[in-house]
Design a protein around this ligand. Structure first.
Ligand code: ZN
Length: 365
């Protein structure tokens, strides 16, 4: 329920094993959320697109069917319905929620700065009129608090184990990993986070050719005025960086809270189209292509979690995700190698052994 009394709609999808006599182990659950910033409409439409694609592909698409059997998926198209309604009715570029602050004429708390991990209001404490007002204490943002409570309750009382969190925003075309509050402390699983982030960006790129940058959220959480500035941040000097005002996450982000407080191994914030030409006022012809990009990313995310680097290390068939992501060319090369071995087999058994060994070594790489 929101500050103004609206429901926060969410959809849980998953196929559970039936007739199981064993007490069921915690259900691995992935959250796909968006719309915590009201004006980022493309995040809301994209999550609807992803949810629709998952549901309609069940039973027809092998990968999606498996992902629905292995995980519960929770789709939340808008975490901030009050703000969303306000962007439709009054102010298209509204960002925060709509709760009352200490200042009568300045409503709203920035929900993505409300979470309780490394909450930091230094820059906006005295100014509820700021677009990024973090509130006066952690979890003052009503919808952030209720979402976090709900997640905690699911973990404690409803047998859910949250293993993935994807928070969709816009704009700037970036895949961002923790932490957002600071660039000086590196997350413990940095390498894994980076590896999957690069995979997500690639999954998006092969969909429609759109380039998404990959960086830490602390680097990505700056306002980007023009498209040409949307380059990887590390190319800029520190002095240059300071010139950008912090607009997105920073301290108290959902990203950091899920990663650190809830121990979700793979948490990302994905900023969708575009890179600044239209910004939040993205033309509607982008809705479907951006939805497809998001769908590719979410699908890749699920496959990765089923694979080697994911959470089900002990399961058979762990290499599946890796296999699926291999380009077709590589598979052809492997077939040719097999053929080569067969020829050698006829000629010389010893040579075959060494060739076979060589082949196996090559295949393992
Ligand atoms: Zn946002």
């Amino acid at each position: 329920m929101t500050y103004e009394g609206r429901d926060i709609p969410a959809l849980r999808v998953g196929v559970h094993p039936t007739n199981s006599e064993k007490p069921s182990s915690p259900r691995k659950t992935i959250i796909v959320a968006g719309g915590s910033h009201a004006r980022e409409w493309i995040s809301t439409s994209s999550i609807n697109y992803v949810a629709y694609s998952f549901i309609t592909a069940y039973g027809r698409d092998k990968t999606i069917t498996k992902l629905l059997e292995k995980f519960d998926w929770i789709f939340i198209p808008t975490l901030n319905p009050d703000g969303y309604v306000y962007t439709w009715e009054t102010d298209r570029l509204w960002r925060k929620n709509r709760q009352q602050t200490a200042l009568r004429f300045c409503k709203g708390v920035d929900l993505d700065r409300s979470y309780g991990f490394e909450w930091d209001s230094d820059s906006t404490k005295s100014n509820p009129c700021s677009e990024s007002f973090a509130g006066e204490h952690p979890f003052e943002g009503v919808e952030a608090q209720r979402f976090a409570n709900w997640v905690r309750n699911e973990t404690k009382n409803n047998n859910a184990e949250f293993v993935g969190f994807l928070d969709f925003h816009s704009y700037s075309q970036q895949v961002l990993y923790p932490y957002s509050y600071s660039c000086t402390s590196a997350p413990p699983s940095l390498e894994n986070l980076e590896e999957l982030a690069i995979g997500l960006a690639k999954a998006i790129r092969v969909t429609n050719g759109e380039i998404y940058g990959v960086t830490s959220a602390c680097e990505g959480s700056v306002a980007i005025p023009r498209a040409k500035d949307c380059q990887p941040r590390q190319e800029k000097s520190k002095d240059e960086k300071k010139l950008w005002p912090r607009m997105e996450t920073g301290g108290g982000s959902a990203l950091d809270w899920f990663y650190h407080e809830l121990r979700v191994s793979y948490a990302y914030q994905i900023k969708l189209r575009d890179t600044g030409s239209y910004g939040f006022l993205l033309p509607s012809k982008n809705i479907v292509p951006t939805g497809k990009e998001a769908f590719s990313a979410v699908q890749y995310f699920g496959q990765f979690l089923l694979g080697n680097k994911g959470i089900e290390k002990s399961e058979p068939g762990v290499n599946e995700a890796a296999e699926l992501s291999k380009p077709e060319v590589v598979k052809k090369e492997e077939k040719e190698e097999w053929a080569l071995v067969e020829k050698e087999q006829v000629e010389d058994i010893d040579a075959n052994r060494s060739a076979d060994f060589e082949l196996r070594r090559r295949r393992r790489r």
